[in-house]
Design a protein around this ligand. Structure first.
Ligand code: AMP
Length: 142
């Protein structure tokens, strides 16, 4: 069975829905659990006019704090919490590889029209992953 699960979270409200399943799957398999959130790099121009000197640094810190809360609720310690900066898909794959994850869990919304054509993050994670990927279908957005 799975030995090391990597949960990819966008840190939105959807996370709560996924957590319940992750918790059960972790208990069922006895797998180790790691968490990842990827911060997309910000273009290198200044946001000083908004009163923010280092917007990327601020995003990283906020993400770290939000991921720590998820970690607390799942009892995942800090050294298994990953905040990466870069393209979401490749960072998730790289960390999965580095920690030897054998299952990546992510969410997906039902999609129609243009967003279906453009593809989702879940799709991107699925393609090129070297391990199983579990996509949790999220409740419809209202
Ligand atoms: P989306 O296609 O943006 O609705 O995202 C689908 C799923 O991909 C989310 O439920 C997360 O599991 C994962 N995901 C999206 N963005 C990120 C991110 N920045 N870092 C980690 N996982 C993400």
């Amino acid at each position: 069975m799975y030995k090391h699960i990597l949960l990819a979270t966008d840190l939105t409200d959807d996370t709560g829905y996924i957590l319940k399943k992750v918790r059960k799957l972790r208990d069922y398999t006895g797998a180790k659990l790691s968490l990842i959130h990827v911060v997309e790099p910000m273009p290198g121009y200044s946001y000083a006019y908004l009163g923010i000197e280092d917007i990327e640094g601020q995003l990283i810190e906020e993400s770290r704090a939000a991921l720590a809360k998820v970690g607390e609720s799942l009892e995942v310690d800090k050294k298994h919490q990953w905040i990466e900066v870069g393209p979401t898909k490749s960072k998730i794959h790289a960390v999965a590889q580095e920690i030897g994850a054998d299952l990546i869990i992510c969410g997906s919304h039902g999609r129609h029209g243009l967003s279906l054509l453009l593809g989702s993050t879940a799709n991107a994670i699925l393609h090129g992953a070297n391990c199983d990927v579990l996509v949790v279908r999220l409740p419809e957005e209202k």
